[in-house]
Design a protein around this ligand. Structure first.
Ligand code: AHG
Ligand code: MN
Ligand code: MN
Length: 350
């Protein structure tokens, strides 16, 4: 049965009324992103039937083996956006450098940066995967890497598409976080989850427990306290969930509360963290804050980090305010003891 509701394009057109100077280009860009995601969703759904599962012989610049679907998803984003005249340049996890718009093609004023396929290790087990994207504005005609390196607060839009049991697009343009479900019967994303709000309290966390001996004390203390259950300081039974695809783990916490963390650990100090700032941490941080949550490295607000390069990695801890406050307090005391800097400040944590 077709569900009547507002489509993604109708929603964006309505939202554009907030910006009297808008030209309509942003709506068209979002449309091209939605088309790319629908094409990826179609490929994901065919799975092995389309012979798209498995690894390629290539590694990306981060030293990770590219899966066939990583490459397909990246190509679809490039093909659907390169010549449409809305973007000035693109960048992605799967490309070492900035993608320049081909000579002679029209160009717009947006920078699009994305993780074409998040949770690649879930592809071959038919697990949830997704696409994450972030949009910035530029006045440069030929933008370079430096033009992408803006604080996360500068994002004009952030979103993800989750290829789960249903395909969902969740996005923010700075006025709340909204969820759309793909109706396969009509090929449209329909607004099903307006103004998503992260519950303040939670008893659920998502973290790769196998790294616990490598974490810093503030994160270890938080998890150990949770694991003591009703007898511990938190006085409630916690549960742990880890899908291994940030899109899915964050989607769960936006829906029903929780903590998602890929914190700093002693095996990651040289790399700076596990997750990438520009196309994983920043877009998710904006979505989480817009849904009323907190997003931090433990010491700094993610959206205020000053990016150094496209593929920079950072520690990530985000989610429900009550538990995030405990985690941030832990980091604050640890910073005091060890002389580290603690600067996190946001609307929900002063
Ligand atoms: P990607 O597939 O884009 O490389 O990202 C995978 C990320 C993220 O989605 C997930 O939370 C994390 O890697 C899982 O890491 P572990 O395998 O170390 O748990
Ligand atoms: Mn990813
Ligand atoms: Mn990826």
């Amino acid at each position: 049965m077709t569900h009547f509701g507002v489509t993604l394009s109708q929603f964006i057109m309505e939202e554009q009324r907030r910006f009297p100077e808008a030209t309509g280009n942003f709506t068209l860009l979002l449309n091209d992103i939605a088309v790319s995601c629908k094409m990826i969703a179609a490929a994901v759904q065919k799975g092995q039937l389309a012979n798209i599962l498995g690894a390629t012989d290539n590694e990306n610049c981060q030293g990770e083996t590219q899966q066939i679907l990583d490459v397909i998803a990246n190509d679809l984003f490039i093909k659907n956006n390169a010549k449409r005249g809305h973007v000035a340049a693109m960048a992605s996890e799967e490309m070492d450098d900035v993608y320049e718009i081909p000579k002679g093609s029209p160009r717009g004023s947006y920078l699009l940066i994305f993780d074409p396929l998040d949770g690649s290790s879930n592809i071959e087990i038919n697990g949830p995967i997704g696409t994450i994207f972030s949009i910035l504005k530029t006045d440069k005609e030929n933008p370079t890497e430096a033009d992408f390196l803006k604080e996360g607060v500068e994002q004009v839009c952030a979103g993800y598409c989750l290829y789960g049991s249903a395909t969902m697009m969740v996005l923010t343009i700075g006025f709340g976080t909204h969820g759309f479900t793909l109706d396969p019967a009509i090929g449209e994303f329909i607004l099903t989850h307006p103004n998503m709000t992260i519950p303040k309290e939670t008893a659920e966390y998502a973290i790769n427990h196998s790294n616990r001996n490598l974490w810093e004390p503030p994160m270890r203390d938080y998890v150990e306290a949770c694991d003591l259950g009703k007898e511990g300081p938190r006085k409630k039974k916690y549960t742990m969930r880890w899908v291994g695809a940030m899109v899915m783990d964050i989607h769960r916490l936006i829906q029903r509360g929780g903590i998602f963390a890929y914190p700093m650990d002693s095996s990651l100090t040289e790399k700076g963290g596990r997750l990438r700032l520009m196309y994983e941490a920043n877009p998710m941080a904006l979505l989480v804050e817009q849904a009323g949550g907190i997003a931090s490295t433990g010491y700094e607000r993610i959206l205020n980090l000053d990016p150094q390069h496209l593929h920079q990695r950072v520690p990530v801890i985000m989610g429900s305010t009550e538990d995030m406050t405990i985690i941030l307090d832990n980091h604050k005391s640890y910073a005091k003891e060890t002389g580290k800097e603690f600067t996190h400040k946001c609307e929900q944590y002063q």
